[in-house]
Ligand binder design. Sequence first.
Ligand code: NDP
Ligand code: BG6
Length: 482
Amino acid sequence: MSHNKKALFIIFGGTGDLAYRKLYPALYKLYKNNYLNENFAVIGTARREWSDSYYQEVVFDSIQEIKKSDEDAKQFASHFRYQSHNVNDTENYISLLKLADQLDEEYDIEGNRVFYLSVSPSFFGTVSSHLRAENLITKNGFNRLIIEKPFGTDFVNSDALNNDILESFTEEQIYRIDHYLGKEMIQMLLALRFGNPLFKQIWNKNFISNIQVTLAEDIGVEERGAYYEQSGALRDMVQNHVLQIVSFLFMNEPESNDSKSIRKAKVEALKDLKAINKENINLNFVRGQYSTSIEDSEILDYISEHEVDPESDVETFVAGKIESAHENWEGVPLYIRTGKRMRTKKTQIDIVFKQTTTNFFPKNEVKNNILSIHIGPDEGLSLQLNNKKIGHAFDIEPVHLTYKPSADAPDDYERLILSALTGDKTNFVHWDELAESWKYIDSIREAWIEADSPLYLYEANTNGPKEANELLENDENNWFWN
Ligand code: NDP
Ligand code: BG6
C-alpha cells in the first residue's frame, strides 16, 4: 500500500556521522515501506566539496545492510543531491534556494520542506535565520525544522537559542528530537499505563515501592571526547532521555490522547520534581568517572581518552534519587543511573511493587512483583509474579511472564521522521518540557559545585561506583538489574 508523502529534505550536516548512521537508513526504510516513493528529494549540505554522484555513493553505502536489492538502493539514492555549503555564507543559501525550487518542480513536491539540522547547536540560530531571510521557507507547503540535541547547555543558554530560532520558525514548526521518544518501548509506556485497568489502578504510592531506571552503556566516549568534556553524563543523558522517561512514569493520565494533552501532563510531572539543593545533593545524587586498574588494557581511563583534559573531573556516570512532590507519589523514590563503560549495554525500567504481608504469606516468603520494561538493546516486557512451585509441597517461587515485540518494529529515527512528515508532534520535545528539564538539571549542577560533591572513580566494565548502590541501600532497596 502506498502512503506516499511529498517532501524535500534539506539536511545540514549531510556528511556527518548521524546522517550516515541514522538518517539515510531511516529515510530508506520509509522509502521501502512506501511512505516516500516518487515525490521526495534530499539535499545534503556541508562544507566538503562532494559531487552528487559521490554523495549518492555514500548514501548507497549507508544502507548496505538493509537494502532490498542494489537496484532498489540505487533508485533511492538517485533522489539525493549535494551542495557544498558553509552555514554562515549567504551566497550558499541563494544557490540552495535555486536547487530546492528545481527539485520541488522535478519531483512534484508542492512546497513541503523538512529542514534537518544535524550540525553543532551553535549553528541552529544562524541556519534558521538564513532559511527565513533567503526565502527557503515556502508559502504553498509545510515547512518543518528538525533539530538535534543537545538543545543548549543550561536553561539560560537554551532559552536564548530558542528565542533565536523563534524569530524564523514558530513553535508549531519546530521538531526537537529526543530519539528515545521514537523507541518502541517508550511509546508503549503510555499504552501500558493507561490502557490497562490492572496497571492504571496501582500506578501510585499505595502499590509501588520504588522505580528504577537504568541507561547503561558499555562503550566509552569514543571520538566524542571534546563534546563530552562540555556535557558529561548529566547533560548528555539525564537532561533529555532520562527526564523524558521520568515524566512518562510520574505523569497523571492526560486528558486525551493528543500531543497537547500529553505534553501538558509531562510538563506538570517535571514541575512536581522535588528541588535539589546543596543540602540534599549528596544524599540524592552520585557522580562517577570511569578508570581502569588493568595495565595494558585496551580500555582507557576517561582522562586518557582523545581530546579529554587529563585533569578532567567531568562525570561519565550519574545515579540519582528523584522524588515527586505530587500526592500520588509521596515516599516513592525513582532511582536513575546512566553511565559509559558500564558492564553491558542495557536500557531498562523496573517498577518494583510493594510486598503485601498477610497471615497467609508472612513477610519475605513472597517476592516483590516487578514489571520490567526492556527498552534496548532487547525490547520487551517481563512481569515477576509469585507462583506455586510444582510439587507436593506448597512452596512459592518467582516466575516471569514475558512479551517481545516483533522484530520488524520501526526504529527510532524512522518513526520520528515519519511523525515529522505527518505533522504529529507527540514524540518531539516541546519548549515547555525542555525549559523544566533544564531548570532541574541546572539545580543539580549548581548544587554539585556549592556542596563540592565528590567524583567517585569506578572500574570500567562495572555498574558504577559502590555509592550508587548505597543510594538504594540507605532506603533498604537494591538495584533489581545488576
Ligand atoms: P559530525 O561532526 O559527524 O557532523 C557535523 C556535520 O556538520 C558535518 O557534516 C560537517 O561537515 C558539518 N559542518 C561543520 N561545520 C560546518 C559549517 N560551518 N557549515 C556547514 N556544515 C558544517 O556530527 P554528528 O553527525 O555526530 O552530529 C550532528 C548533530 O547531531 C550534533 O548536534 C550532535 O550533537 C547530534 N547528535 C549526534 C548523534 C550521533 O550519534 N552522531 C546522537 C545524537 C545527537 P563538513 O566538515 O564537511 O562541513
Ligand atoms: C545520545 C548520547 O543521545 O544517546 C550518546 O549523546 C549515547 O552519548 C546515546 O551513546 C545512547 O542512545 P541509545 O539509543 O544507544 O541508547
